[in-house]
Write a protein that binds this ligand. Sequence first.
Ligand SMILES: Cc1cc2nc3c(=O)[nH]c(=O)nc-3n(C[C@H](O)[C@H](O)[C@H](O)COP(=O)(O)OP(=O)(O)OC[C@H]3O[C@@H](n4cnc5c(N)ncnc54)[C@H](O)[C@@H]3O)c2cc1C
Length: 436
Amino acid sequence: MINIAIVGSGPSGCYIADMLSKKVADAQVDIYDRLPTPFGLVRAGVAPDHQGTKNIVRQFERTLTRDNVRFVGNVNIGTDLSYDELKAEYDVVALTIGALKDRTLGIPGEELAGVYGSGEFVAWYNGHPDQADLNPDLSGNAVAIIGNGNVALDISRILAKTAAEMNSSDITADAQTAIDASPVQDIYLIGRRGPVEASFTNAELSEFGELERCVALVDPAQLPAGVPENLDPKAAKAIEKNLETLRGYAANNTDSKPVRLHVMFCASPLEILGDNGKVCGLKLEKNKMIDGRPQATGDTFQLDVQTVIPAIGYRSEAIEGMPFDDQRGIVRNEGGAVEAGVYTAGWCKRGPQGVIPANRADAMAVAKQIIADLEANTPAGDSQGFAATGELLRQRGIRIVSFADWQQINQAETERAENGKLREKFNRIDDMLALL
Ligand SMILES: Cc1cc2nc3c(=O)[nH]c(=O)nc-3n(C[C@H](O)[C@H](O)[C@H](O)COP(=O)(O)OP(=O)(O)OC[C@H]3O[C@@H](n4cnc5c(N)ncnc54)[C@H](O)[C@@H]3O)c2cc1C
């Protein structure tokens, strides 16, 4: 038997498992995850009101229930089982641990109460156990969200929607209650570059045209007359669509709804201002765009905000013994190869970029390389795989969560959902384990 361990059951891990379990003769594929719940950011990142995107889990479920695939949940590689122990028992190890540690702005004031990284904030409203106790302070009337990608738009939209608009979602009850109770009236979405360079997509941007209590606004002076010349036609079309949507927002009436989303471009945060250890404002500097790059103008301004959420990207977290590129915050690799018998794919290989399908292509390429390497260098067939690691974990008192266990958690989450919601997630591991 060829024993293959995959660390991380997000899209990248599931895509690799799918291919290797089908294409490698006599393979046993074990997918470890530090959570009792599979699917990585499909569960804990993708917005709770974007359920269509989450349907991909049907495909992953088919992989995880295959005879030669085993879900080994609630096992943290690095603490419950070391990287070296895993390597010793498996012929192949694929690291697909994602990237959800927030990058910081590197400006004064980031330590103040009221500053939350987007990874933390998203994990909180999505019921990730790491942030069950985040309890973000949303008691002010203005929030600044820094970043011009879809994550920044997701957070703005979740804050802007009414509880009724979140029906059919799977936002946690705690998060919905806190958002409902928040007096927020002004949401500032701040990008350091211009509307042409913004990385959000039109599907997400245009959702703000349809919200019940929130009107999207933009200063028309920030919008260029048209798309710059010499752009790739596909990129030019996407930018033109965004500009069209933004022109619509520029014509909106400020007072038409009780909550306002202010889309602001060409501004870089300089300092988060505090009062008694709490955020009370944000100091920014205007930029001008030169050859697609923001250049500081020296012209500063201030926003009175009480909460700041930087959404400027993520890093992977190093596992002890695993080769790691600390500067880039990714697993050190060359085209997916890490060291003999060890590979990587997905966000921890490339950095936190790309939607779910982008991980498929990446995972397929790495899986092909694994297959080629196995053909060139067939293992002796004496590896122990889960027979050995499972025993170690049992000796250490770790409660391994199987896929059947997860299905029980899944069912309980769906059954306890109320108010039209699709599920009420358990956001504490103890509560999940108590069910089993
Ligand atoms: C807020 C947000 C919204 C998004 N929305 C969309 C969207 O609408 N549409 C879309 O297509 N894409 C979206 N994406 C992108 C998408 O989620 C990623 O492309 C994808 O999840 C990356 O897959 P991955 O498998 O590389 O990592 P992940 O999905 O992060 O999976 C990594 C897994 O590894 C596990 N893990 C980590 N460390 C360990 C360890 N030490 N031991 C064991 N297990 C470990 C984690 O628990 C996790 O399950 C979004 C991303 C974010 C952050």
